[in-house]
Design a protein around this ligand. Structure first.
Ligand SMILES: CC(C)(COP(=O)(O)OP(=O)(O)OC[C@H]1O[C@@H](n2cnc3c(N)ncnc32)[C@H](O)[C@@H]1OP(=O)(O)O)[C@@H](O)C(=O)NCCC(=O)NCCS
Length: 181
């Protein structure tokens, strides 16, 4: 997949050298709270997971660093993974780790680039995503990109000492194509 490039951000494949920056974001409680947490917590495991991800469709490791034209180093990461052992779709996920840069459209642009790239390079008919029902920025990001809310999983995510409900979103190839015209 060529490095996807948008008006403000670009995606490039993550490398093990990004692990330290990413791990700091994963260890930020504000980020972990609403996020379907990636389970690897130590630096070496994260480095290995990033290196192994390209050959593992189910990997939850961050696949692309989000970079800004004017900034050096990643401002966030995005990923995708095969979410179901039988059903043929990929789920996407995203973190804008630089909290000072949120709310400027970078997250939405990065996810748009990711989905464009997935529908271009993979023979997929559906891209999905899940998010905590209280994660308003994520809900708005997905709905702003045209994702449909397909249902709600009850008590599916544990954080802050409580179980949380999770929305299931999806967008099909024709829906994505019609929004891009
Ligand atoms: C979700 C996340 C990636 C959004 O990144 P971002 O760059 O701030 O998002 P954008 O600026 O592109 O905004 C996307 C939408 O969310 C809205 N939004 C952004 N921040 C918001 C906030 N604090 N409250 C309400 N809405 C918000 C924007 O207005 C926009 O909606 P619009 O297109 O209808 O105007 C970022 O908040 C994040 O990293 N959160 C922690 C990790 C996480 O929760 N990931 C998702 C897991 S499902």
């Amino acid at each position: 997949m060529a490095a996807p490039l948008g008006p403000s951000v670009r995606l490039r494949p993550t490398t093990p050298d990004d692990a330290r920056t990413i791990l700091a974001w994963y260890n930020d409680p504000e980020i972990v709270a609403p996020f379907d947490r990636f389970g690897v917590d130590d630096l070496e495991s994260l480095r290995s997971a990033i290196a192994a991800a390209p050959s593992d469709p189910a990997s939850l490791a961050p696949r692309y660093a989000v970079e800004l034209g004017s900034e050096s180093g990643p401002i966030g990461v995005v990923g995708h993974y095969r979410a179901h052992p039988v059903l043929e779709y990929l789920d996407v996920w995203y973190v804008l780790g630089r909290r000072d840069l949120r709310g400027r459209g970078y997250g939405k642009e990065a996810v748009r680039l990711l989905i464009d790239a997935l529908f271009t390079s993979e023979s997929l008919e559906r891209v999905g995503a899940t998010c905590d029902i209280d994660n308003l920025p994520s809900v708005r990001l997905l709905e702003g990109l045209g994702f449909r809310r397909e249902g709600t999983l009850r008590a599916a995510l544990f954080h802050h000492a409580a179980w949380h409900d999770v929305h299931v979103y999806g967008i099909t190839r024709p829906e994505w194509a019609s929004r891009r015209r």
